[in-house]
Design a protein around this ligand. Structure first.
Ligand SMILES: NC(=O)c1ccc[n+]([C@@H]2O[C@H](COP(=O)([O-])OP(=O)(O)OC[C@H]3O[C@@H](n4cnc5c(N)ncnc54)[C@H](OP(=O)(O)O)[C@@H]3O)[C@@H](O)[C@H]2O)c1
Length: 252
């Protein structure tokens, strides 16, 4: 039996990935602050389980409590394969570096870097102890490799998650666990994150016109299409390259 743990399932790419897993008969454990009734209905229709864990990934003690509960629940499934999709993230603060407040900076890194690393570390440890196969995916961004004016936090947190991916993958290779960790850059998608980007100011984000044009010219991809590409990569299990930063643009 396969199960998938996914963060940021209330909307956007996380919802699409959860939906596609459920439709392919995989049980889903979803994490986000808000619940998602659409996923409850899709699970019922496909005769699989969907369980929601309300959690603010910005809060370490909430994460620790939730991880204990999730591990207990996953044990009951005795999965042969466990997926972890670290998808939840924010783009803010969108500000030139001297304007960023310390607290908003710490909050950003807690959600975009520390929370996914904690979840990956804990589920890797769990999988080694439980003897189930494990595939971890960190959703990254092209911003990890390109400096963007006003996005210092986001570019840095996504670059950090890429290097974490490569390092954790290397360790698993040396330890011969068979566990694989990859990152996946989903490209530009029509989600609330793009709305946030378009509602920033030109002063803080000088590329704003280009991003408004993406929307106007319908260049933002829909999350079901992008999620489907990730599922195709995961389904070809033997071909998954441990430590690779996959880029959706290579599949179009
Ligand atoms: N959209 C793009 O163009 C684009 C481009 C490149 C990369 N990406 C990456 O793709 C991933 C998905 O982005 P998206 O566009 O689908 O984002 P989105 O529509 O804004 O959804 C973000 C998800 O993260 C969850 N989340 C946010 N803060 C949270 C918190 N404190 N605790 C728990 N969950 C939290 C939200 O749930 P709640 O609010 O219910 O908690 C929501 O489900 C992200 O990693 C993003 O960096 C997106």
């Amino acid at each position: 039996m396969k199960i998938a743990l996914i963060t940021g399932v209330s909307k956007g790419l996380g919802e699409s990935i959860a939906k596609l897993f459920l439709e392919s008969g995989i049980h889903v454990l979803g994490i986000s602050r808000n619940s998602n009734n659409r996923l409850v209905k899709i699970a019922q229709k496909n005769n699989v389980n969907y369980q929601h864990y309300p959690c603010d990934l910005g809060n370490i003690s909430e994460i620790e409590k939730m991880v204990e509960k999730i591990q207990e629940d996953v044990r009951h499934y005795s999965p042969t394969l466990l997926y972890l999709i670290n998808n939840a993230a924010v783009v803010e603060p969108i500000k030139q570096v001297t304007q960023i407040d310390n607290k908003e900076l710490a909050d950003h890194f807690q959600l975009n870097t520390i929370a996914p690393i904690i979840l990956m570390n804990k589920m890797l440890q769990f999988s080694s102890e439980s003897n189930n196969a494990f595939i971890g995916v960190n959703i990254t961004s092209g911003a990890a490799e390109r400096p963007i004016y006003g996005w210092s936090a986001y570019c840095s947190s996504k670059a950090s998650i890429n290097m974490y991916t490569k390092t954790a993958a290397l360790e698993q290779l040396v330890l011969k666990t068979g566990h694989k960790i990859i990152a996946f850059n989903p490209g530009i998608m029509d989600t609330s994150m793009q709305q946030t980007i378009r509602s920033s100011s030109k002063e803080s984000f000088i590329e704003i016109d280009k991003f408004k044009e993406y929307k106007e010219k319908k260049q933002l991809r829909d999350t079901d299409t992008v999620g489907g590409i990730l599922i195709d990569i995961l389904n070809d299990e033997a071909s998954i390259e441990n430590g690779k930063i996959y880029d959706v643009n290579e599949y179009f």
